[in-house]
Design a binder for this molecule. Structure first.
Ligand code: ZN
Length: 303
């Protein structure tokens, strides 16, 4: 657990001193069944490639696949070296699209292939450690645990929220909205949209909602970890509040740890019933097959 295959020494040292304790906390938080699933899946998919920086990753992909512009989809915020990040590379088959009512249609292949990818840089750790709300927190493992919690949701959710977000991202990209940053995609689409019923706007709102829920889920898990490690978790949680996630955060923090983690791993239940579009989208997600794989496996699956 808490694997790291990169070369930032400060992070390695902090991980070594906290790993055993953090491991026990995760074991209690997840329960033995999910903890085992996380361990088994990580042994298969979390290879050193998962810690390549964006340029290294692109070079590796080109080298292994021989494709000229192979890294078409990157979710989320891969290109910034100034922020720690967890994202996935994904490929959505041609025939997969979202209907006007929100249902996911698929003609033919319905396999979504994904591979995990972390970005950690010394610069990003340096920047986040200067935030006033981070005093009392260790410099390296604080952002690491946040990104790792995103990774845990990706591994343990039946249909990962990251893979669900890949579908509107893929479609928005076909409409000409392309960025490594979900916030940029959202802003650009909304600027162009005549009203909120426009197709682009509907997809961007869906994407934004998924991104907010992803963030809220990771923060809820972070706070359990930070509380158990004895860090000032309330201060941390407060700093993560934003106007768009206020309601979700409130809901997530009003329930017990066990209920919160259960709702994070069964996130689709939470989204059902919000509105018809979202309910149709969620219900049709189950028809897709999401594969989690190592980068090498991912690239060979695309050949
Ligand atoms: Zn996050």
């Amino acid at each position: 657990m808490l694997e790291y295959w990169g070369n930032i020494e400060g992070l390695k040292t902090e991980l070594d001193s906290y790993r055993e304790k953090a491991d026990g906390i995760y074991r209690a938080m997840l329960g033995s069944k999910l903890y085992r699933k996380l361990e088994e899946t990580s042994a298969r998919i979390l290879t050193p490639d998962a810690f390549l920086l964006p340029d290294e990753l692109i070079a590796r992909v080109r080298n292994l696949s021989g494709e000229e512009t192979p890294v078409r989809h990157m979710y989320i915020e891969r290109s910034s070296l100034r922020r720690s990040n967890f994202g996935i590379l994904f490929s959505v088959p041609e025939g997969v699209a979202i209907s006007n009512g929100g249902r996911i249609r698929h003609s033919g292949e319905r396999d979504i292939c994904t591979t995990p990818s972390f970005t950690f840089t010394e610069e990003a750790f340096e920047i986040s450690s200067t935030y006033p709300q981070r005093s009392g927190f260790p410099k390296y493992i604080t952002p690491f645990i946040h990104e790792y919690d995103h990774y845990i949701t990706y591994v343990l959710q039946r249909t990962p929220m990251h893979a669900a977000a890949a579908i509107p991202i893929d479609e928005l990209e076909k409409m000409g909205y392309s960025s490594d940053f979900i916030s940029d995609i959202y802003r650009n689409v909304m600027e162009d949209a005549e009203n909120k019923a426009d197709r682009g706007a509907v997809l961007a709102l869906l994407l934004n909602r998924l991104a907010d829920l992803s963030e809220t889920s990771a923060v809820r898990m972070d706070t359990i970890m930070f509380r158990e490690l004895g860090f000032p978790w309330e201060k941390y949680a407060e700093s993560k509040l934003s106007p768009s996630n206020l309601r979700q955060m409130y809901q997530m923090f009003m329930i017990s740890d066990d209920k919160a983690t259960a709702s994070i791993f069964n996130w689709t239940n939470k989204m059902r019933g919000t509105n018809d579009f979202l309910t149709n989208f969620i219900n049709s997600l189950e028809a897709l097959k999401v594969h989690r794989m190592s980068l090498t496996e991912y690239l060979s699956s695309r050949e």
